[in-house]
Design a protein around this ligand. Sequence first.
Ligand code: NAD
Length: 349
Amino acid sequence: MVKCGIIGCGVIAPTHIEGYRKLDNAEVVYVCDLIPERVNAIGDKYGIEKRCTDYHQLLADPEVQLVSVCTDHASHAQIVRDVLNAGKHVVCEKSAARVTEDVAVMLDAAKAHPELVASGIFQHRFETHNRVLRDMLNSGKFGKLLAVNLNFCCRRTNEYYIKDAWRGTQAGEGGGVLINQAIHHLDQLRYLFGDIEAITAKTANLTHQGVIEVEDTAFFIIEFVSGLNAVVMATNSSVRNWNSRLMVEGEKASLFYENEKCTSVEAETPELAKEIENALADEREKATVAGKSYYGSGHTGQLFDIVNAVENKTAPYVSLEDACMSSVFVLAVYESAKSGRRVKIADLI
Ligand SMILES: NC(=O)c1ccc[n+]([C@@H]2O[C@H](COP(=O)([O-])OP(=O)(O)OC[C@H]3O[C@@H](n4cnc5c(N)ncnc54)[C@H](O)[C@@H]3O)[C@@H](O)[C@H]2O)c1
């Protein structure tokens, strides 16, 4: 049985707690938040006795083996480093990093503790359809890939930003729509199409002027190491609550994937189109733990993977380094938008 602690008892914490509770080999024994009312509300709801407002107390408890870091972006690096230095395994919510210095702090600590599991949440990698699509792309089912287009929109109001002091600030959140909402889909691009070479971008604040310091909208071109190119539009100024559309053009097949559901396939033969459609027919599983429906069902699968990595002393499916690279991808978009230049990922790390 792996004993777990949660640092940060806000919006995402119940998704972690309920995810762990679905596993036979994990138990949440300690919760922590700076705000006593939040830690007590969660502790009472889930019957967790050990509680604190200073996470160093949680880290001093020998019973805790694995810690979920569920705090705001700015605090991730320091907390992850302290968790590892306390000799405990760690999983950090997205976006692991908010500036490149955060990446160095976390990865130095992870390298200093190779005996510990260090992972970052990207739960959609644990949804079946994404794995099936990745396998088909890698096995050449679509032929040579020619072009990719991702459009993502959601709605984040001024009230959403005003509610929590860290949101919409450079220092607290590190960015806007890209580093918080669209990052799931940007990570999906890295997951499906591999490492990124360079970014050329433009960002804007279209509907949150005077409220946020960061972007609510972005347009950019991605050059993948493979030579494939993608065009991305992302905004949280939409009147739609949440929508993503991915188009994949391959020499043999063309796919439309909307809200993680395959909505259209055309291929060089009807048989190939049917085969791809059937393989992706298993649309996104409904969320099985607390959280919004678009969080998907992946948290439980990812926590299962991490708990098993702790028990079996194996590597997690998503390493902290890999998760940090999706943060670096976002930071490259910001750097390009700021400088007006094409930015190579290698220049940021
Ligand atoms: N994977 C997903 O689908 C998903 C969904 C929502 C949020 N998130 C991520 O989860 C993280 C938290 O987001 P949220 O929406 O729950 O934020 P939130 O503001 O609702 O909660 C964060 C909590 O952390 C606490 N906190 C901050 N610093 C702390 C410290 N040093 N010690 C103890 N507690 C501390 C705050 O008091 C707050 O209660 C962010 O990284 C966010 O991007 C991920």
